[in-house]
Design a protein around this ligand. Structure first.
Ligand SMILES: Cc1ncc(COP(=O)(O)O)c(C=O)c1O
Length: 410
């Protein structure tokens, strides 16, 4: 089946894609912010609440056992999705932000010493930057930044030049939420390990769009948000190497994460529960499993290939548009369908507002990446971000709406 046919079929599963916005059929191009949910995910949530809603781990009754088993199964499905050696390495969190904070606090705060260095990049989302600012400041460590090149790729010479014997952590995004760039994390991990640093990967934008194999990447931690890959909001995960997770103290303390408790001390539960304090987002975990099953059925290789085809089409149209500046790689090599741009003399919020009048949903602003905006010398961009259910016709609709933007501002 061709990619356009696949997209047409897939979209039937997404109720919201049938709606109209401002009297136009919705074109949903804000997938980097969050994706839409298929019926299969919505149904999994409904089924859980209607038939076996119960708290996990602490009950012996039938519903509790069913909920516990389903919640564990969800961890196993996610482990297979990223090819983790063990499902116990999958910690469910609220989102990628919480996963990254978990590493920064539970590993960084304990392990970093004054004078140590943490190396990151200028293309990070704030969620993989601000936690490290906090931790390095608290322990007296330094935060270093690898620059980007003119075409919006990571400047590897700069990055490797800043990788030193003092570097204890290399933390970077696998795919940029502004530039679309996919970074060569495998190569970076190999070099980082040579100097003894651990490698933390923000896969919030990558995991929904390309196959992820944590063993092949050779990294130490990987953070993902469920809502950007067709799952519910409020659920995400951290994958971490078992020996590192075993060796870490918990991030949050309370119920579920303990083994034994005395008035003055406590011991910790086994992985992954040691890092899942309190009643978890059970429904979210079950919904995430349904999302993973949905993507698996199509195949992540297929998802990636079809999105690349659509990205090539969108790139061609945008690059030919008068007065448009596109940020990030201009070809589909090592890039995803996140397309940030400005139109000469027109504020990105005006672009997004006028596109909305034509039913086209795009994001505008700094995309939680202010240091990158500063580096690019701009305040913000408009951003089209694609997913599997988008079609070339929708790209055409967006381009027609962009023409209207130009007419209004002429
Ligand atoms: C690259 C990247 N990292 C992290 C995040 C944070 O995701 P969340 O808000 O779901 O924690 C985002 C969200 O846009 C992102 O694009």
């Amino acid at each position: 089946m061709g990619c356009t046919r696949l997209a047409q079929e897939v979209r039937q599963d997404f109720p919201v894609l049938q709606r109209k916005v401002n009297n136009h059929p919705l074109v949903y191009f804000d997938n980097a912010a969050t994706t839409q949910k298929p019926r299969q995910v919505i149904e999994a949530l409904r089924h859980y609440y209607e038939t076996y809603n119960a708290n996990v781990h602490r009950g012996v009754h039938t519903l509790a056992a069913q909920a516990t088993e389903a919640y564990e199964e969800a961890h196993k499905a996610v482990a297979r999705f990223v090819n983790a050696p063990s499902w116990r390495e999958i910690v469910f969190t609220r989102n990628a932000t919480e996963s990254l904070n978990l590493v920064a606090y539970a590993w960084g705060l304990r392990r970093l010493r004054p004078g140590d260095r943490v190396l990151t990049t200028l293309m990070e989302h704030h969620s993989n930057l601000v936690p490290w600012q906090q931790i390095t400041r608290r322990v007296g460590a330094h935060l270093d930044f690898a620059d980007i090149t003119e075409d919006g790729r990571l400047d590897l010479d700069d990055l490797f030049g800043k990788l030193t014997e003092q570097t204890r952590v290399v933390t970077l995004t696998l795919a940029s939420n502004v530039l679309g760039t996919v970074n060569p994390v495998k190569e970076i991990a190999r070099k980082a390990h040579e100097v003894g640093a651990i490698v933390v990967v923000d896969a919030a934008q990558a995991a929904p769009h390309m196959p992820i194999d944590v063993q092949d990447l050779g990294v130490d931690f990987l953070a993902v948000s469920g809502h950007k890959m067709m799952g519910p909001t409020g659920i995400g995960f951290l994958w971490g190497r078992e020996e590192l997770l075993e060796d870490m103290d918990p991030f949050l303390y309370g119920g579920e994460m303990i083994h034994e408790v005395w008035p003055d001390r406590a011991t910790w539960n086994e992985l992954p529960w040691k890092f899942e304090a309190g009643t978890p987002n059970i429904a979210g975990g079950i919904g995430l499993q349904a999302a993973v099953a949905y993507l698996d059925r199509i195949g992540m290789d297929r998802v990636e290939a079809c999105e690349r085809e659509l990205t090539a089409y969108a790139l061609e149209k945008l690059l030919a548009f008068p007065g448009l500046t596109l940020y990030g790689p201009k070809d589909t090599r090592d890039r995803l369908g996140v397309l940030s741009f400005t139109l000469e003399g027109i504020h990105p919020h005006d672009i997004a507002s006028i596109l909305d009048l034509h039913g086209v949903a795009v994001r505008s602003g700094s995309h939680c990446a202010q240091p990158l905006m500063r580096r690019l010398g701009i305040e913000g961009t408009a951003r089209i971000s694609l997913y599997l259910y988008n079609t070339p016709e929708e790209v055409d609709r967006a381009v027609e709406a962009l023409q209207k933007v130009r007419e209004i501002f002429r």
